[in-house]
Design a binder for this molecule. Structure first.
Ligand SMILES: [Mg+2]
Length: 373
């Protein structure tokens, strides 16, 4: 077995074609999103294997992730990359002073994903197969066409294009200051697409408890797959009350950056669809702990964003759920996901099945090589 010989971290800013706005922008809390910031980790072993991992942030945080990764990353050199649990713990202890959530966890996520990619490549298996897969494809819905800055005609047109391209469901952003506008847009999309198309909505945390309940009751008849982040991401009790009060399932969890935060959501039955995010929660290692507990509680898991990693994890979860199609990170990689009949195919290449695109260097802001000298 080859020990870790070198580790390369990179920091990238990947521009979006057009800035997008969700409810956090409509309510004045954030500016439109114009780029995704990415931390990459490439681990090379003495016997010549390579693992690729990445983490991301929106608007702020990647310089801090990069700094933390560089600082604790020295601890990887000489380690056996197959001992992921032990290596992860070593990194946690190296950075124990800054905790097990937020930026610190997200820096470790890039490393952890690279370790899992490497392990699956060593086994000659796609990551889903290494973990133990239940299926070769996962239901997929599109989010990127349903943002609030887009006029309703554009939302309808993009939804149609997505469905024609094999996507199985459509998510529409809601949570505008005037709820009647949300209801109008949603009714227009439902009418345009017809009854049979799975439809989700996402309020990005912009309602109080009373507004969320009012919205939920107003849309019960639309048969939505879920209502996402109706409340503040940390309001576990509020989500639990809403989930109990409504027939429409509740989805949340994307903002939580610790196992403890997500476990609290599970314990309170605050979501019907839990939405952990591998880079945000600290990597695949902590994600798997959350997924095991979610399954034990009979919950659905529909991971947030980063389809490139999550298609493997959704395939390895007992209950058939959904992955989110957002193509924002695609320019970084040579490969594109295969989509057909409403589902995303799990790549049959070893590991994550991803390689950094040659032109990714155009968006690189910073890079460092540890070891390998
Ligand atoms: Mg969301």
């Amino acid at each position: 077995m080859g020990a870790i010989g070198s580790v390369r971290f990179g920091r990238y800013a990947v521009p979006l074609d057009r800035p997008v706005s969700d409810a956090k922008v409509a309510t004045g809390r954030q500016r439109p999103l114009s780029q995704i910031d990415v931390l990459t980790c490439e681990i090379t072993t003495a016997d010549g294997l390579e693992g690729l991992g990445f983490s991301y942030t929106t608007r702020a945080g990647t310089p801090a992730q990069y700094a933390h990764a560089k600082e604790v990353g020295e601890n990887l050199l000489g380690e056996d990359p197959s001992d992921i649990g032990r290596v992860y713990e070593r990194l946690l202890w190296a950075g124990a002073s800054v905790g097990r959530s937020g930026v610190a966890a997200q820096a470790l996520a890039a490393i952890d994903v690279a370790l899992w990619d490497l392990k699956a490549k060593r086994a000659g298996l796609p990551l889903a197969k290494l973990l133990g897969s239940y299926r070769d494809s996962v239901r997929v819905y599109n989010t990127s066409g349903g943002y609030l800055q887009a006029p309703i005609e554009e939302v309808k047109e993009k939804a149609e294009r997505s469905l024609a391209g094999g996507i199985g469901g459509i998510k529409v952003k809601v949570g505008q200051p005037d709820m009647r506008e949300d209801l109008r847009r949603l009714a227009a999309v439902r009418e345009h697409l017809g009854e049979g198309v799975p439809l989700m909505v996402d309020a990005n945390q912009q309602w109080d408890r009373a507004s969320a309940l009012r919205f939920g009751r107003a849309v019960e008849e639309l048969g939505l797959v879920w209502i996402e982040e109706p409340l503040d991401a940390y309001d576990a009790e509020g989500h639990a009350q809403l989930a109990a009060a409504l027939d429409t399932p509740i989805a949340t969890g994307e903002m939580l950056s610790s196992v403890a935060g997500l476990v609290r959501m599970i314990d309170l039955r605050a979501a019907d669809f839990l939405q952990p995010d591998v880079p945000r929660v600290g990597g695949i290692t902590p994600y798997l702990k959350v997924a095991a507990l979610a399954d034990h509680a009979c919950l659905q898991v529909a991971p947030h964003f980063v389809m490139e990693i999550h298609v493997h994890l959704a395939a390895a979860y007992p209950r058939d759920s959904w992955v989110e199609h957002i193509e924002w990170l695609s320019p970084l990689f040579e490969e594109r996901p295969e989509i057909a009949d409403g589902r995303m195919l799990v790549p049959d290449r070893p590991g994550l099945g991803l390689t950094l695109a040659a032109h990714a260097r155009d968006w690189r802001l910073d890079g460092v090589l540890l070891g390998g000298g």
